[in-house]
Design a protein around this ligand. Structure first.
Ligand code: GRG
Length: 288
């Protein structure tokens, strides 16, 4: 049930991008944008669509918001892969954008995807102007220098800090770097419905952290071919991670505790939140 829902979300979000990008000039930057939004799991878009369904928002209304967060996520990966950042040549099992095209194109792809995200959120199909404004301002916060960009900046600063980060510092870094977008996605349905965001915010906070701990575990135990990206980069760079700080079994126990927390946060929704509960379990069981 969960895997079908995840696939359907990725397919529907992809269709949004296909429709929009079909109307763009046929330029390297637009071809590279299309490439950058293809081939991911689509977890963030899925969270938007599922929380929207849970809060009674029509799928058609939620789709531009789901595509918006996937556009921001895709931009972050393209920029993160650049030589000035993580310098990666493999992403989603394919050459990274700056390798397939060039660095200038990769920078422009990120810029354009970020702009596209906010254009998508202005689509009247989402709902009244106040709802769209709430989504725009919360996504801007989640993606910017009080969210994902802050996390990335803290990560870069840690490389030259001359000491390992503490567990508290890593938790804050990751809550921003990967947690902010996952948090936004998990609350989007409630925002669109004008409902209480509390339970879904708790769910998404725990899910985001579990996702990152699972990523650190995958970096050590995963298979690069299946994951579609280079692994063991953190260990090779001597970077502190949840695994280096908690040990492998400690990291697994913490991830499981967070999944339990995420599932518990969904209690007010009863059985209607079964797919979101399965999503929480998936984030720590995934192999890519
Ligand atoms: C460049 C401003 C800026 C930020 C980049 C999110 C991020 C910050 C960098 C990504 C680096 C990375 C590999 C982080 C680990 C967790 C993560 C976000 C993995 C990728 O997300 P998935 O697994 O990817 O959801 P797919 O390919 O499925 O979309």
């Amino acid at each position: 049930m969960f895997h079908q829902a995840l696939k359907a979300a990725a397919r529907d979000v992809q269709a949004v991008f296909d429709t929009i990008l079909a109307g763009y000039d046929d330029q390297p930057v637009t071809r590279a944008m299309r490439y950058a939004v293809t081939g991911g799991k689509g977890l963030r878009g899925f969270l938007v669509l599922e929380t929207a369904a849970l809060c009674g928002v029509a799928r058609q209304s939620a789709l531009p918001a789901a595509a918006a967060v996937e556009a921001i996520h895709a931009y972050s990966l393209v920029h993160d892969d650049l030589p000035a950042m993580d310098d990666d040549d493999l992403r989603r099992g394919r050459p990274t954008v700056h390798v397939k095209w060039d660095e200038a194109t990769a920078i422009l792809v990120g810029d354009a995807l970020q702009a596209l995200a906010f254009e998508l959120l202005s689509d009247p199909v989402i709902g009244p102007a106040e709802v769209r404004l709430a989504l725009v301002s919360s996504l801007a916060r989640a993606a910017g220098a009080q969210g994902m960009v802050l996390g990335q900046a803290l990560d870069i600063a840690a490389e030259t800090a001359g000491r390992d980060l503490t567990l508290e510092e890593i938790t804050r870094l990751q809550a921003n770097k990967t947690g902010a977008l996952i948090g936004w996605s998990g609350q989007a349905g409630a925002v669109m419905a004008g409902a209480d965001t509390g339970p879904l915010a708790d769910y998404a906070r725990a899910l985001g952290l579990a996702f990152q701990i699972a990523d650190d575990i995958l970096d050590v135990e995963g298979c690069a071919e299946t994951a579609g990206k280079r692994l063991r980069k953190d260990a090779d760079a001597g970077k502190a991670t949840f695994v280096s700080l908690l040990g492998m079994s400690g990291a697994k126990a913490r991830a499981q505790a967070l999944v339990d927390e995420a599932e518990a946060a969904l209690a007010p929704f009863g059985d209607r939140a079964a797919v979101l509960r399965a999503a929480a379990r998936f984030v720590i069981e995934r192999d890519k």
